[in-house]
Design a protein around this ligand. Structure first.
Ligand SMILES: Nc1nc2c(c(=O)[nH]1)N[C@H]1C(S)=C(S)[C@@H](COP(=O)(O)O)O[C@H]1N2
Ligand SMILES: [Mo]
Length: 251
């Protein structure tokens, strides 16, 4: 597995170099700068060539589920809004969905459940060097997007979270619409057959299984459809991205 990953990394680098070599010419044309604006975007495009949109992350069996799923990052949000919701078991929770959508909505967990449901057992890989296998059950993000109707100008889904990091900066993340509509991209409310624990992101977290741990936004408060994430946070598409991590965190 490691060998294969190393091979893919190397192939990615080689391809990036090859594409970059042709890049000067491409960036003369009007669409060039948009598509090849940053090495980051390029990296994502090259990764997509190696692993197309339809690729599924590996799924595991019940026997593979880790006895402990180590909570990481925020594990106990302390904002007033979150504490109020937590105080009565998140019964009043509603996911806000707005931005570039036809029908902005507020959806309870029950309403989400009625849209569609999916279960998957997958491996979570954190950049800090640990992995864990967990069983996730929730609503595919694609079903939520279909419910609200995505406007043509929308390109990304931004996940705004309840928890605040240093200096009151809220955690946030973003993925593009291709990733958002992938069958394994799920808004999960059950973990290992039980309501998601607070430590792991209650009441609702993202599972976007082909990417690293920091993309798996916990404590989701609001989904915002945007054409660009430049005006959110420091403009790099996520809390950790604003500290220098890659936006496309492919595994
Ligand atoms: N809202 C929010 N989401 C978050 C984080 C966080 O601090 N806040 N940490 C991320 C990181 S780095 C990891 S590895 C996973 C950890 O998920 P877990 O607590 O279920 O293990 O959540 C991710 N999502
Ligand atoms: Mo992580």
């Amino acid at each position: 597995m490691h060998e294969r990953r190393r091979f893919l990394r190397r192939a990615t680098l080689a391809l990036s170099a090859a594409v970059l070599a042709g890049c000067d010419r491409i960036s003369q044309s009007s669409w060039g700068p948009q598509i090849l604006g940053t090495a980051e975007t390029l990296n994502r495009h090259v990764q997509r060539l190696l692993s197309p949109a339809s690729t599924l992350a590996q799924e595991y069996t019940e026997a593979d589920i880790s006895p402990v799923f180590h909570p990481n990052g925020s594990t106990n949000p302390q904002t007033d809004e979150y504490l109020m919701l937590a105080a009565n078991g998140f019964k009043d929770y509603q996911l806000q969905v707005d931005g570039l959508v036809e029908r902005p909505a507020r959806l309870s967990i029950d309403q989400l459940q009625q849209l569609a449901q999916r279960t998957q057992i997958t491996r979570h890989d954190c950049v800090e060097g640990w992995s864990a296998i967990g069983k996730w059950h929730g609503t595919p993000l694609a079903a939520v997007l279909a419910h609200v109707g995505v406007k043509p100008a929308a390109r990304f889904v931004v996940f705004h979270c309840f928890d605040e990091m240093d200096e009151d900066t809220p955690y946030y993340e973003s993925i593009d619409l291709e990733e958002a509509n992938h069958p394994q991209t799920v808004l999960a409310f059950l973990m290992n057959d039980r309501p998601l624990p607070v430590a792991n992101g209650a009441p609702l977290r993202l599972r976007v299984e082909r990417q690293l741990g920091y993309k798996q936004a916990k404590y989701i408060k609001r989904l915002e459809l945007v054409s660009s994430y430049k005006d959110i946070g420091d403009g790099n598409g996520g809390y950790w991205e604003d500290q220098g991590y890659e936006w496309y965190a492919g595994i």
